[in-house]
Design a protein. Structure first.
Length: 147
């Protein structure tokens, strides 16, 4: 019974160490193995082995990098008629990553330009726009290419 408990406990610790290694690599996939080893309390060889096993098991699928390229979107906003468009525009301007706001005529009341690192980040910003008091609906056009 005691051996079973010790072996079971060791497996849990190993899983937790793997999660720590993955978290470090998520923050910076170029982190040196010696730095990871120091942070998780293992030898560099043990970290290398764990990463190899995580790759083999597909718990780590690939290593990526962030680039300067951004994802841009045009967000069209319809507003409630009883709230001044200017007030709604002022709130939207305060949302991080909304880089431009225009009050326009036509089918929509406001056009916003959003710039983020990824499509999911753009979606996060759109959700913030939708939560602004007075916003009725939005439509989004993703920018495919700048001329």
């Amino acid at each position: 019974m005691n051996c079973f408990f010790n072996c079971f406990f060791l497996i849990i610790i190993m899983d937790e160490l793997d999660r720590k290694i993955i978290e470090i690599l998520r923050r910076n996939s170029r982190t040196a193995l010696t730095k990871i080893a120091k942070d998780v309390g293992l030898t560099e060889g043990a970290v290398r082995y764990r990463i190899k096993e995580l790759l083999k098991s597909r718990d780590i699928k690939r290593f990526t990098i962030d680039t300067k390229e951004k994802v841009n979107a045009v967000v069209l906003v319809n507003t409630e008629p009883h709230i001044p468009t200017e007030k709604i525009s002022e709130f939207i301007k305060k949302i991080p990553d909304v880089i431009e706001v225009y009050e326009v005529s036509g089918d929509y009341d406001i056009i916003c330009m959003v710039e983020r690192k990824s499509v999911s980040d753009v979606n996060e910003t759109i959700e913030k726009i939708r939560k602004v008091k007075g916003v009725l609906e939005t439509a989004t056009c993703m920018v495919l290419r700048k001329s």
